[in-house]
Each structure stands twice: as C-alpha cells, then as structure tokens.
Design a protein around this ligand. Structure first.
Ligand SMILES: [Zn+2]
Length: 321
C-alpha cells in the first residue's frame, strides 16, 4: 500500500535547512522535480535564516502559481506537528516556532519536520515500495527515519528515531555531540571515518591516505572514501569498521521494528558496497535469530542529496487541506 497521491496540478515548495546550506525547489504531487534552485549558505542567526527562507519562497511562488504548500526539513529536534525547532546543535538558534512564522508570512499551509524524516519520506514515496522501512543517513552525523504501516513514525512529540544516539558502546571513549558517551554517531559518522582514517594515516605516513590528504592530520571521511575506491586496504578497513558499527545499530533497530527494508543514504553512503557490505555482515552477525527470520534488504538510497527538500515538499502536500 502507498500513501495516496493525486496528480492534480498542485505544486509544493520544499526546503532543506542544514548546518551549512539551504537547498530548495518545487515538486508536483507525484514528487517530480519542477524546479531546483542553487543551494545558499545557511545564515547563522535566526532572523537571517527566516529572511533567506522567506525570499526563496517568494521567488519560487512568483514563478509557479500552482504552489499550495510549503514543507521544511530542518536539522535538529523538532516538535511535531507544531513545527517548532527546539534545538539545532549545528545552527545558531533555539526554540523557533518556524512553522507558525512561515505560515504567518506566506499564508500557505506549512509543515516543518526533521530533515532525516523528510528524506525518509522522499525515499518511501519515490524510491522504494516497502510499508515497513527504515532510512539511515550517514553524513557528518548519523540520523534516521522510520516508516511503519505506510506512515512516518514520529513518536509522541516528533523526536523519535534518533538513530545516531542509540547507545552501543557505553564503556567507549568517544563523546557524542549530544554529551553522552556510547552513542552510535561518534563511531559511525563521516566525522568518525575521518578520525579512523587519521589514525591509520599516522600509522602509515607514506601510505595512500596520508599522501592523498597531504598529511596524516588532514584526513577526512572523504579522503578515506576516495582512497578506498582506489583500492587502498587501510582505507577499506576503516569503512569496514564504520559499517560494522552501523550494522550493529541496524540489528537492534530490526529486532525492535521488524522492517522489511533498510535504506542507507547520506554522503558517506556514496562509497556504495564498500560500506554496504560491512553493514550487511555486521547486521547479520548481530540480528536476533538471523536463520529463522526474513531478513530485510539493506539498499542504497535512490534520491541522493535532494531527498531532504523533495520529502519536505511531499509531506507538505500530503498534509495540505
Ligand atoms: Zn548522542
């Protein structure tokens, strides 16, 4: 079963407000992209973000009279359905009633949801046909969304599925951005991959990782992925380590929710099978009763970096009167 869709000429604006940039565009009710605008840098303060977003919306509206709704996917903890951003660790604002402010300024029905929820909805509506589906995004941080019985599961107040803060190693040494030791994110994010790569490069100063980065201390997650694609065994070992941790987290998620599909997106997932294979092996090793259950497929995301704003736009249409 799919969420209802109507190819009825209605258009929706989607915005993805990230820690560093804002992406936006227009889609129709089937999720087809009608226009995409070049990403703009995220301003650091609240007033400037509101101004930037309002200008983007007015520009798109002036070109597309069929626009009937606005959807925003934003990083951070967001209260649903109020669309109030409680906190966004990588942005300079706290407790912003963004949905209310945008509805006041535009007069259009608006939804504001977590960016990973929005991307999950895009993957569900446009990419995959699975009624029980988890979406994991592996970028600078680790996030997730969950579709259960064809509905986005948000928990009581909208902040469910904080996959990156699943506790997997409470006796570890890495402190998460949330302040806790033991979260999955500092072990399985792009930032973790850079840290693993730096240690590997320091152990092998003449190796490919150190050479590509221009020094062991300059290795990033991207360097590791690049070296891994070029066949460097040390780089591949770091992606395997990352994938194992993700597989452990996904095993717990599947134990709890029995989903039929797990979709892996985000910048680090562009490494493809170099990341997906260790995820699959870590998952199979740790999921309960692997031999006695139907294991979910673990597949790459299909929409790429546009999933956030496309999903937000679709959510807005799906909730618009
Ligand atoms: Zn955490």
């Amino acid at each position: 079963m799919r969420a209802p869709t109507h190819d009825d000429g209605r258009l929706s604006i989607g915005l993805d407000i990230g820690g560093t940039k804002i992406a936006a565009g227009v889609v129709d009710a089937e999720g087809r992209v009608v226009e995409r605008v070049p990403a703009v840098p995220s301003p650091t303060d609240q007033a400037a973000i509101l101004k930037t977003v309002s200008v983007l919306i007015e520009q798109l509206r002036s070109r597309h009279p069929g626009i009937v709704a606005v959807g925003v996917g934003a990083a951070g903890l967001i209260r649903w359905p109020e669309g109030r951003i409680r906190t966004a660790p990588n942005n300079g604002y706290r407790d912003v009633p963004l949905r209310h402010l945008l509805q006041e300024s535009t007069g259009l029905p608006t939804v504001v949801d977590n960016d990973a929820n929005a991307a999950c909805w895009a993957e569900y509506r446009k990419g995959h046909s699975a009624s029980y589906m988890a979406f994991i995004t592996v970028g600078t941080g680790v996030g997730g969304g969950l579709v259960l019985a064809d509905r986005l599961f948000r928990g009581r107040t909208g902040i469910a599925m904080e996959f990156g803060h699943m506790i997997v190693d409470p006796r570890g040494t890495e402190r998460c951005g949330c302040g806790t030791i033991g979260c999955l994110e500092p072990l399985a994010s792009g930032r973790a991959l850079g840290r693993y790569g730096s240690a590997a490069a320091a152990a092998e100063p003449g190796g490919m990782l150190a050479t590509l980065a221009g020094g062991p201390g300059r290795v990033t997650g991207e360097t590791v992925s690049e070296a891994a694609r070029a066949g460097d065994p040390a780089a591949r070992a770091q992606l395997e380590r990352l994938g194992q941790w993700l597989g452990i987290g996904i095993a717990t998620l599947v134990n709890l929710f029995d989903v039929e599909l797990v979709v892996i997106g985000g910048g680090v997932a562009e490494a493809g099978d170099l990341l997906l294979d260790p995820i699959r092996s870590g998952f199979t090793r740790f999921v309960t009763a692997a031999a006695h259950r139907e294991l979910p497929d673990i597949e790459p995301a299909r929409l790429g970096p546009e999933a956030g704003w496309v999903g937000a736009a679709l959510l807005a249409l799906d909730h618009a009167p």
